[in-house]
Design a protein. Structure first.
Ligand code: ARG
Length: 556
């Protein structure tokens, strides 16, 4: 039973509105001294021609279903107090589904991670991967069909430069051995050379044109660079638990770009500017969107437009989300506008989901200051820190390496998802790895604790839910009932942190309960209900962490 629906059904006639409309006005009441749900009555004053406190008083007199123990008017509010045993039974035996009407059956494309090949995967890409991965699972949980796409940066004139750099400074062996780092090295070398000999840029451009035209040697080198980059990225994705439904990078659109250019031309949207072709956007307060370079090469926005058209045809999306840093805001605003000018039937389904920067406690990350942190080093450092905490706290734990991996990586992921996306993330290893405080390890620890209690319990008798009516237990029950709301809100706002914070709150109230209330040594009449509570906490923390992408362990 949905309790809000039940209350709304009882109130609807007096409010002359549908139960559904009434339900939308009923609020969850976290402070139990004021009930479990409440209804503010300000909105009804005009129609009912009475003061809100009067309305509240009258509504409180209505007859409610038995799960509502009493209704009380307090000023302009009606507060509803549930029958706590019935509420707990309902929460545990009949938990509401996570699937929400707003999203069930909707198709959502999520473009995320999308690193550039032949470049190291750095912490900047971590955020897109972690946030996008979390959104993917959040939308699946609420019932949407999600297509997770890795829009790899694998096309553009820089690959001509990379080939030139490779041919003059490296070898097959060196690249096989050094991987991406070697490719980065030759790319830097190329730029040094080109500074001395600008004609190299022409050579590089010629190589990219060869690549665009399918020249076998150019394609062979490029595919090889791409494959080895993907292999390195794959190791990180595996550790982060991220998979994609499609790895269609920018190169995938090479043969779909001329159609975009033709359409733009046919719709009179293209203008020449300094030899390049652009769509002018001054009417919309933006600089022009670059479509074609002077030499005919396509650009990042052109490939995004081609990709959006492709996804629209192939997936028929209700939403297409782009999870990238805040500094790409103008890029998305520009090409979203161009897409709309070409065809206004779907541009409103495109959305940029921006996020803030990553910094270290000592300052921002920058290449210039030598503070570029590689994803792999960072994960390894977190795992090492987790391992040393485990060695100290649980020296006899089985499989310490596997547990340390889950705790270290989980700490990094959780740290990234604990605030609004737009807020900058500070990478303080010490803080994020701590078993106390608002951290991933704290949740994993609470999960393991709840898990161990239920494991030790053995067979129990009949569940007497009134054992959960005292405040510490009931706080936990109440919060458990809100899990679906947290997931739905995270989906609506594209904000995984709503789930992270919900889980921290749940762990805090559960740990208070755990310290104050006997569980395993409770009386026969209380034990089964308290165990059911621990089991429900274990399940919700487990599901919640899985949704945001953090693994759990049964012991740590
Ligand atoms: N490769 C780009 C980068 O690393 C991100 C691509 C984001 N997705 C897109 N469709 N533009 O900055």
């Amino acid at each position: 039973m949905d309790i809000i629906q039940a209350i709304a059904g009882a109130l609807a006639p007096a409010l002359s509105m549908t139960a559904e409309d009434a339900a939308a006005l009923i609020e969850f009441q976290p402070d139990s001294s004021r009930g479990d749900y409440s209804l503010p009555c300000f909105k009804f004053a005009k129609v009912l021609r009475k003061s809100p406190p009067m309305i509240a008083k009258d509504l409180a007199e209505e007859t409610f279903p038995p799960i509502i123990a009493r209704a009380e008017a307090v000023g302009p509010y009606v507060n509803f107090f549930t029958d706590r045993a019935a509420f707990a039974r309902e929460t545990f035996e009949n938990p509401p589904t996570l699937v929400s009407d707003a999203f069930a059956g909707k198709t959502i494309v999520i473009d995320y991670s999308s690193p550039n090949i032949a470049k190291n995967f750095h912490v900047g890409h971590l955020r897109s991967t972690v946030i996008g991965g979390a959104l993917t699972r959040i939308f699946r949980a609420v019932g949407a069909n999600v297509v997770g796409v890795n829009h790899l940066g694998d096309w553009g004139t820089q690959f001509g430069k990379l080939i030139v750099g490779y041919l003059s400074h490296s070898s097959e062996k060196a690249v096989e051995r050094g991987g991406i780092s070697e490719l980065q090295r030759v790319y830097v070398q190329y730029h040094e050379d080109a500074e001395k000999d600008p004609s190299l840029d022409d050579t590089a451009r010629a190589w990219f044109i060869r690549l665009q035209n399918g020249d076998p040697e150019a394609v062979r080198l490029w595919s090889w660079f791409r494959e080895l980059s993907l292999r390195e990225f794959e190791m990180i994705y595996e550790r982060l638990g991220v998979t994609f439904d499609a790895v269609t990078g920018e190169s995938f659109y090479n043969d779909k770009m001329s159609a975009v250019v033709d359409e733009l031309r046919a719709k009179n949207l293209l203008t020449e500017s300094d030899g390049a072709m652009v769509v002018r956007l001054e009417d919309y307060g933006m600089p022009p969107c670059l479509i074609l370079r002077g030499d005919g090469g396509t650009l990042y926005p052109t490939r995004d437009i081609a990709a959006a058209q492709y996804r629209r045809t192939v997936y028929g999306f209700d939403k297409c989300l782009y999870v990238t840093a805040l500094d790409q805001t103008l890029h998305f605003a520009q090409w979203f506008k161009v897409a709309e000018l070409m065809d206004d039937s779907y541009a409103d389904k495109l959305a940029h989901i921006p996020f803030g920067l990553v910094s270290l406690p000592e300052g921002s990350l920058s290449t210039r200051k030598g503070r570029v942190v590689m994803m792999e080093d960072l994960l390894n450092e977190a795992v090492r820190a987790a391992r040393s905490i485990i060695d100290e706290r649980s020296p006899n734990l089985a499989d310490k390496d596997a547990v340390a991996e889950k705790i270290g990586v989980g700490a990094v992921i959780f740290n990234d998802l604990y605030n609004n996306r737009i807020k900058d993330v500070v990478f303080s290893l010490e803080r994020m790895i701590s078993f106390e405080g608002e951290t991933g390890p704290y949740l994993q620890y609470t999960y393991a604790r709840a898990s161990s209690v239920t494991r030790k319990a053995g067979v129990t008798g009949e569940t007497n839910y009134s054992a959960l009516s005292e405040p510490l237990s009931f706080d936990v029950v109440k919060l458990l009932s809100r899990f679906p709301n947290a997931v739905a809100e995270a989906a609506e706002k594209y904000e995984p942190y709503i789930i992270s914070r919900y889980l921290i709150k749940l762990a805090q109230v559960f740990n208070r309960f755990y310290h104050e209330i006997r569980i395993l040594s409770a009386s026969e009449s209380e034990r089964p209900a308290r165990l059911a509570l621990a089991a429900a906490v274990k399940n919700v923390i487990g599901d919640g962490l899985r949704i945001i992408g953090v693994s759990v362990v049964d012991e740590m």
